[in-house]
Design a protein around this ligand. Structure first.
Ligand code: NAD
Ligand code: TDX
Length: 334
């Protein structure tokens, strides 16, 4: 078995690859994996083992068709995580989002058809549905993305579906809620707040803090991705969640407590443009059809993740420096 993983040096992709290489997916203990990652500000080679007999790491771009045609032949399946993933960056400059998320997905799928790859899982997000005031989205819900990031992911989903319908490529799509876990880049909410609170620095809470997100541990997301890879049906979409809804204010209060920080460090700042109010997924389909059941209880998972950031300062200090020198995302005065 040979797997090809794009974006495998990022937060979720690297968790998937580390789990695979450590024998965490039964039946895949001997699988070889090729990781293709451009190593943008969000990608870190150190998120993966430096040297592993079953890992081949290639620094490269999913938009590079010639490279893909060179690398893909002989692989049994592709798991496509690579993306520009941060909503705030897409508000500052949407171009890399459209290029990588739409163009990169199309180029990858085209190369899969040409290379006769048997199976593809395209990793998408709940954000493609937009914002929902009450209830929860099923997979049939219309796509109404609000940010350039979400729009680029929705476009990629439609491209993926078209490769199934037109070329009969065996591709499934996953749409997951917000992930938390170790190795998440420190510009996203949880790692940004934890790494700042641990240093006694203020944290920027957007708007009134009333926006709601549904949180899932990255290990549960990766288990779901692997279930879909092995048992999901072609052309189908699978929502992945756990139902852990929290307002950003509730999440912030929990992080302040877990970090043992001063609550006065929380600063409300002007809201994100077009800020989605609430995300909530109905994931009955993957639970009933594939037997998905998340395993990490939210309170325990969050406490362990805060401990991980507390114990791995070297990891996030270098990631933070690289990102902050590239673009200023923290509001002035915070
Ligand atoms: P991330 O930003 O941490 O990692 C993305 C990785 O893709 C990085 O390693 C980066 O170097 C790489 N990459 C970017 N552009 C590339 C290109 N042109 N060619 C090759 N590699 C490239 O993102 P993440 O949080 O790990 O998200 C992974 C996937 O999961 C994304 O598709 C994202 O949309 C989706 N997703 C994320 C979440 C979440 O909460 N983080 C939730 C649902 C879905
Ligand atoms: O400094 C902050 N202050 C703040 O209040 C940051 C970074 C975020 N927020 C708010 C905005 C959101 O309501 O916290 C919430 C979470 O923000 P992000 O971590 O940026 O995540 P979000 O915009 O919800 O998108 C995430 O989940 C879906 C991932 O980044 C996406 O890649 C994924 O598709």
């Amino acid at each position: 078995m040979r797997l090809f993983v794009t974006g495998g040096a990022g937060f979720i992709g690297s968790h998937y690859v580390r789990t695979l290489l450590s024998g965490g997916f039964p039946g895949y203990e001997h699988a070889d994996v090729t990781v293709l990652d451009k190593l943008t500000y969000a990608g870190n080679r150190a998120n993966l083992p430096a040297d592993h007999p079953r890992l081949r790491f290639v620094a490269g771009d999913v938009c590079d068709r010639a490279l893909l045609l060179d690398l893909l032949p002989g692989h049994d399946a592709v798991v496509h995580f690579a993306a520009e993933s941060h909503v705030d960056r897409s508000l500052a400059d949407a171009s890399p989002f459209v290029r990588t998320n739409v163009g990169g997905t199309q180029t990858l799928l085209d190369a899969c058809v040409a290379s006769r790859v048997q199976r593809v899982v395209h990793i998408s997000t709940d954000e493609v549905y937009g914002s929902i005031a009450e209830g929860a989205w099923t997979e049939e819900w219309p796509l109404l993305p609000n940010s350039p990031y979400a729009a680029s992911k929705a476009a990629a989903d439609l491209v993926a579906r078209s490769y199934w319908r037109s070329h009969r490529l065996d591709v499934s799509i996953t749409r997951c809620s917000n992930n938390y876990g170790p190795y998440q880049h420190p510009e996203k909410l949880i790692p940004r707040f934890v790494t700042r609170l641990l240093r006694g620095r203020p944290v920027p809470l957007y708007g009134d803090g009333g926006n709601v997100r549904e949180w899932l541990h990255v290990a549960d997301h990766c288990r779901a991705v692997h279930l879909v890879l092995t048992r999901g049906r072609a052309g189908e979409i699978y929502n992945v969640g756990q139902g852990n809804e929290r307002t950003n204010r509730q999440m912030t209060d929990a992080l302040v407590r877990l970090c043992g920080a001063d609550p006065g460090l929380v600063r409300t700042v002007p809201d994100r443009k077009g800020h989605d109010l609430r995300y909530a997924l109905d994931d009955t389909k993957i639970r009933e059809e594939l037997g998905y059941a998340p395993a990490v209880p939210f309170e325990r998972g969050l406490a362990e993740v805060v401990d991980w950031y507390r114990e791995n300062t070297g990891w996030w200090e270098s990631a933070r420096d690289a990102a902050e020198s590239a673009v200023r995302l923290t509001p002035a005065g915070v």
